[in-house]
Every structure is written in C-alpha cells, then in structure tokens.
Design a protein around this ligand. Structure first.
Ligand SMILES: Cc1ncc(COP(=O)(O)O)c(C=O)c1O
Length: 379
C-alpha cells in the first residue's frame, strides 16, 4: 500500500538553478551571495532590520538565548507545549525554564497565565507560535514592557503568519510573526513552509544584538584579528548551498502560504461534520498558515491519539503525535525540574492530538483519501 506521508516538501527548478550556481562557482560553504540575499530578503519580509542565518532552529534558539547573557538561575517563561529545543536553549545557557499551560483553542501559550509566573529572576518570555497559529502577542508585549523583559520569539512553525497587533488600542495593525521578538527565531527544516533541508534564522532590529549573534555563530572570530578570541562562540553557520534553496522559496512565499491555507480550508470543510473532533482555529486577530493540520479527539470518540494513529496507519496514512509537555519529560525530572507540575490543557492535547499529512506536496486526491479515512475511523 502506498503511504501518504505526514510531510513531503515541494521543490522547484528555481532551487535547482540556485544550488547549481553554488556548485558551479565553488561557493558551497558559509560565505556567498545567497547567504546575504536570503538573510536580507527574509528579514525584510518579516519587517526586521537584520537576519542571521544559523544551522537549524534549535541552534537559533540557543544563540538567541546566549545573547541574553543569563546568570545562573535566571528564568525564562515559555509554554510547556513546545519542542525541547526551547527548554534546552535556556538550560544550556545556565537558566531555568518556567512553564505555562496552553490555550485550549489555539494550543499556543495561554498568555493569561504568564504574569503570575514572573519573579525577580525572570529575564525573558519565549512565546512559541504553534502549528501555524500565532500567539496572542499584545499581552506578551505589554508584560515584557512592564517588567523590562526580553522576548525570544519562536516563529519556527509560522512562516508568513500574521497577528493583528493593537486590536484594543484603536490602531490595529497586521504584523508578521517573527516581527515581535527582541530576537526571533525560525527553523527551515524539511517540513517547514520554507526549507533549506536543515537551517534557521535569527531576526532582530538591534544592531548590537545582530553583531553579537554573527560573532557567536562564527566562533567569535574577530574581523581584524581572526584567531584572537574574546568570547566563547559556536559553529552554527548555514551554507550558501542551503541559503540558495531558501532564497528560491522566499521568492514564492505567497504561493506557498496560499497552498497551506488552501489545505487548511479543505481539511476544515471536509472534517467539520465529525462529532467530537476539534479542528484548528483561526482567531479573528490571526492569520493561520496551517504549518501542520492538527486535530484533537474529544472523549466522545472513545479513542486516544495513539490508537487513532494506528487506525490511520492501517489505512496508509502517516500522522505525528502532538508535543509531550516539557513538564512530562524524564530528562528534566532527573534534573529536579517541573516535578509534580501539572498543565491540564497540554496534558490532554498531548494524548488526544495528532497532525494529519500537511506537506506542500500533498495533492487534493491525497487530502480526500485522508479525510475519507478519518471519517471511516470516527463515524
Ligand atoms: C516550535 C519549534 N521551535 C524550534 C524547532 C527546532 O527547529 P530545528 O528542527 O530546525 O532545530 C522546531 C522544530 O520543528 C519547532 O517546531
């Protein structure tokens, strides 16, 4: 049986042309015109001054948190419902992640829970936009201003998603995700809207942070005195080959988003009649790019996500489970973190949620097959 994969990228001749240019000219490592152009174009698209490419989204977060110069025990607030990269970035930099539960509709961090977790050790908030839907950013921005905190925005999953900022102020304005953080991070892994295979980018408007990020990315080499080091950095560089792929996709980002929004609409229309199935939302203040089409099984279905996934696998359809919250990870319990903490919304969706095939190469026929199979199992 042919399996419908949970993700398949959609690449074109343009990527091939740009990558071939790198091969022909020999610019295959971490310098070259595509690096500069990719950084400039993506930063401009997101409304930012500076883009710093990195080797992946995880290293982007680590770099961004390194820029905060945390002291041991400093705290960074983040959702429990996220990838481990977020918590790791803080821990590797000597800090402590502090968790909040997520909103049951958008599955993004519940911004109403943030303020009660702020202490004298809090240095930053790390909002993570989930599965294509933005976090409600205005309250996050207000808290950051009130308590003088930095924002490390994780926009890995929301290329091109938009948020209606200032909707209560009389001056509402649509802004792209990635435009809100002191430092904002993207991933360009193969399942992302824009992919460079592996890759990522950090965006900022602050020239000093941009310079710091570039230096940390490249082992803190100094332009004037190359092998003389005043800081400990990383090798988190992206290659020109990868940037060439990325640039080709930035040039057609609107088409990519259109395709994802088509997929989101189609799934929603075709699955809306199933009782007890929670589908992704698009809040009035958000433009969802449906990075992955997540669904949550209600108790009425009598199934959990693992059993449901097996049923779909039997019908040739691959899925992925939702994140398991950071507070449920043995690796953190061993370090004495999050012991006995409970986040009921995240715990429920971790067990009841999964995402359906959502890649850019998904055809209408495949989407129909997925919806038929979901109906078959659930009705
Ligand atoms: C929200 C979020 N942040 C960070 C990352 C890490 O990105 P990467 O896989 O490129 O390291 C991911 C990966 O999918 C992610 O979903």
């Amino acid at each position: 049986m042919n399996c419908i994969p949970v993700n398949e990228p959609f690449l074109t001749d343009q990527e091939l042309q740009y990558v071939s240019h790198c091969v022909r000219t020999g610019w295959v490592s971490s310098a070259g015109r595509f690096i500069d152009e990719f950084e400039e174009r993506w930063a401009a698209y997101c409304g930012r001054h500076y883009g710093i490419t990195v080797s992946n989204g995880t290293t982007g977060l680590q770099l961004a948190v390194a820029c905060l110069k945390l002291k041991p025990g400093d705290e960074v607030i983040m959702p429990t419902f996220t990838i481990i990269s977020c918590a790791q970035a803080v821990i590797y930099n000597g800090g402590i992640p502090v968790l909040v539960d997520c909103d049951p509709r958008t599955w993004c961090m519940d911004v109403l829970h943030i303020e009660k977790t702020i202490t004298s050790r809090t240095r930053a908030i790390m909002p993570v936009h989930i599965y294509g839907h933005p976090v409600d950013m205005d309250p996050v921005l207000e808290l950051a201003q009130k308590y003088r905190l930095s924002i490390i925005e994780d926009a890995a999953e929301v290329h091109g998603a938009e948020y209606l900022s200032g909707r209560h102020s009389g001056r509402p304005e649509w802004k792209r995700c990635g435009s809100f953080g002191t430092l904002s991070c993207f991933s360009f892994y193969a399942n992302k809207l824009i992919t460079t295979g592996e890759g990522g980018m950090v965006l900022t408007d602050d020239p000093a942070l941009a310079e710091k990020s570039r230096s940390l990315r490249n082992l803190c080499f100094q332009p004037q005195r190359r092998f003389y080091h005043e800081g400990l950095g990383f090798n988190f560089r992206l290659t020109n080959l990868q940037a060439a792929m990325g640039l080709a996709q930035v040039e057609r980002i609107e088409k990519i988003i259109e395709r994802k929004r088509w997929m989101g609409r189609e799934y929603t229309v075709r699955l809306a009649d199933i009782n007890g199935l929670q589908l992704p939302v698009e809040e009035s203040w958000a433009k969802n790019v449906y990075w992955m089409y997540g669904i949550v099984l209600g108790k009425e279905t009598g199934l959990d996500a693992a059993v449901f996934a097996q049923n779909l696998r039997d019908r040739g359809i691959e899925t992925r489970p939702f994140f398991l919250g950071m507070h449920e990870q043995p690796v953190f319990h061993e370090r004495g973190l999050f012991l006995h903490e409970r986040y009921p919304v995240a715990e429920n969706i971790a067990r009841q949620g999964l995402y359906l095939p959502s890649g850019l190469a998904l055809t209408e026929e495949q989407l129909s097959q997925v919806c038929d199979a979901v109906h078959e199992v659930l009705t």
